[in-house]
Write a protein that binds this ligand. Structure first.
Ligand code: NAG
Ligand code: NAG
Ligand code: NAG
Ligand code: NAG
Length: 255
């Protein structure tokens, strides 16, 4: 890979960020409810216990993994916030997510819910440690760069460097400010769930960046989510200001 050498990147320290509105946690970006069951108290009990445990763990460490139940009724869960959140902000987001998932997916044994700031996932399959790019979804405001070719070259360069930085650190999260196209500055983040080892994180980000380069191309902002990692950049500092994004395209055949 050849670098232009002109891209100027700062690694931002995970400062305690102000989130400007309570709305930041109000609406999920996306959720998926699967393995629906009609009535099953054993499963419901495992789900309840897993969700309670995840809330408790998140309020200590901004991350949690848990499992409850036996055999067919075992539920595995994971909760995680964007790396730049404080533990208190994370707790608010995960509390909201656990409430929402109960109303949105009341009888589902496999659910995922993504917010701007956090992610919650549970399943009867033990998914921990596995790089999972199913449920890959792409969001953007739809704005296109004034200098799309140059913008895209810089972006490819940035994503390459972000991946290299993110996979090796324990937080599995990094946030950057990069000056692209001379007069344009973007904020960018890459994150894997913290249950992933370095290789699994890299595999996830590599897969996601394929979607990134095809769908996000030329866009001034883009957010690609999956079950194990996310990539995002934008001209507005989305870590502080909520940005309204729409589904750009739903990657076909990836579920
Ligand atoms: C499962 O149930 C939820 C709502 O309870 C519904 O939105 C979703 O489409 C269902 N999923 C499947 C795969 O049928
Ligand atoms: C699970 O939790 C919900 C909400 O707190 C409650 O209504 C339901 O009775 C619980 N179900 C079981 C089987 O514990
Ligand atoms: C940045 O440069 C591009 C192309 O040179 C131009 O079209 C655009 O208006 C500039 N943007 C700002 C904010 O100055
Ligand atoms: C998007 O990612 C999924 C999962 O990795 C992959 O199957 C699909 O081919 C990708 N799509 C494109 C256009 O790269």
């Amino acid at each position: 890979m050849e670098f232009s050498g002109k891209l100027f990147i700062f690694l931002l320290l995970p400062l305690l960020l102000q989130i400007s509105t309570c709305d930041a946690y109000a609406n999920p970006i996306y959720q998926a409810c699967n393995k629906n069951f009609t009535s099953d108290n054993l499963l419901k009990d495992s789900i309840n216990k897993t969700l309670s445990s995840l809330s408790a763990k998140t309020s200590l460490d901004s991350f949690g993994i848990s499992s409850f139940g036996d055999g067919f009724f075992t539920i595995y869960g994971l909760s995680q916030c964007r790396g730049s959140l404080t533990v208190d902000q994370c707790t608010l987001c995960i509390t909201e997510a656990t409430k929402k998932i109960r109303t949105l997916c009341p009888n589902s044994a496999e659910t995922r819910i993504w917010y701007d700031h956090c992610f919650l996932h549970y399943d009867t399959t033990r998914f921990l440690g596995e790089p999972d790019t199913s449920f890959t979804r792409v969001f953007s405001s739809g704005l296109i760069a004034a200098d799309p070719i140059k913008f895209n070259d810089d972006l490819v360069d940035l994503v390459y460097r972000m991946k290299a930085m993110t996979v090796g650190i324990e937080e599995k999260f990094s946030i950057y400010q990069a000056d692209v196209s001379k007069n344009l500055s973007i904020i960018a983040t890459a994150q894997c769930t913290r249950d992933l080892e370095e290789l699994a994180c890299r595999q996830c980000l590599d897969k996601l960046s394929e979607n990134f380069s095809s769908y996000c191309k030329y866009h001034l902002d883009c957010y690609v989510i999956s079950s194990s990692c996310v990539l995002r950049y934008g001209v507005t500092d989305f870590s502080k200001i909520p940005v309204s994004l729409s589904p750009l395209v739903f990657a076909a055949g990836s579920d």
